[in-house]
Ligand binder design. Sequence first.
Ligand SMILES: [Zn+2]
Length: 154
Amino acid sequence: MGTFSSKLPFDAKHPDVLALYCSDGRFTNAVEKLAEDLGHARIDTLTIPGGAALVELTSGNLGGIETVRAALTFLIQGHHTKHMLLVAHDGCGYYKHRFPYDSPAAMHRRQLADLKAADRWVRGNHTGVEVRSFFARGAEGRIHFDEVGEGGAA
Ligand SMILES: [Zn+2]
């Protein structure tokens, strides 16, 4: 019981960036740091197991897609979102559970395709929102983000 006061300042203005990524807490702090490195001190977040997998039927299910699309639209319209970050990650439990027979290479391809599809959905439904996609992986004790899709190299 009691009041816990954060040392962080409160800014009543909404961030203009929204990050859609997986709930997996091994990546949470790193995604916030990535956003900061990209110039976004604060972010709106939509986290759900699988993240961008839940935007299209390829890897999502009807209920999940409906929830995620409605939440994206709610946030983008309500908070006047200008930028979106989509992050998929290596070793994602959602993908392992849904596609247990995929090889690691096939899984990686599937996740990249889902990022691309989510990017397309956002751009197609919310004109003017800039989307950047990343694939996160742990290696040598650090988290690395490889940018993928339109804005990136791969
Ligand atoms: Zn995950």
